[in-house]
Design a protein around this ligand. Sequence first.
Ligand code: FNR
Length: 202
Amino acid sequence: MLPAVQAGGAKKDCSMTKILGISGSLRRASYNGALLRAATRLMPEDATLEVASIRGIPLYDGDVEAQGIPPSVSQLKEAIIAADGVLLVTPEYNNGIPGVFKNTIDWLSRPAADSRRVFGARRFAIIGASPGGFGTIMSQAAWLPVLRTLGAQVWFGGRLMVSRAANVFDESGALKDPTVEELLRQFLAGYVSFLRATPAPP
Ligand code: FNR
């Protein structure tokens, strides 16, 4: 039996730790999508990784928000709230966060009165893949002030920056590099241990 997570002082059945993973790329052959898919099969026992998509999230527009939060945004919010942790799998564009991914998080933070319910003390982790030599180091760092602003927690116990991604995944998007596979497995194990050991948001 795994340790119970304390939620609002009450014991919650958490024999299964649930992580929601979100890739920040819309590309069919995305390395980050492939990394997230690989993560789903490398999860420790008694933990699951559900894949969520940013596809269908509209461009943020305050006029659209005034008409109501789009269903795709509301669904993603509820999926985050239902998860024990959120794994962001981020590409890097121009040394920063890709607009489509940031756009999604911006929508999820609206309306501001609901942002705390979605992000407050929620336990995030960040990984990413890029064909270049630095493996998304800059975009991973660029997420930190965003998550801090939203009041989220970030797990810093591990880092995974997958560089030279063209050599790491095969043509079908399967992870073929055993070293990266082991690093990913260790990252996930560490993150799940952290989720089990720290309190969930109230
Ligand atoms: C990139 N790429 C890129 N890579 C990187 O490591 N650092 C960077 O600053 C950038 N900048 C950048 C800007 C723009 C506009 C594009 C389209 C691309 C390359 C990027 O890592 C590559 O396209 C990845 O394949 C994107 O991730 P997915 O779609 O494979 O998950």
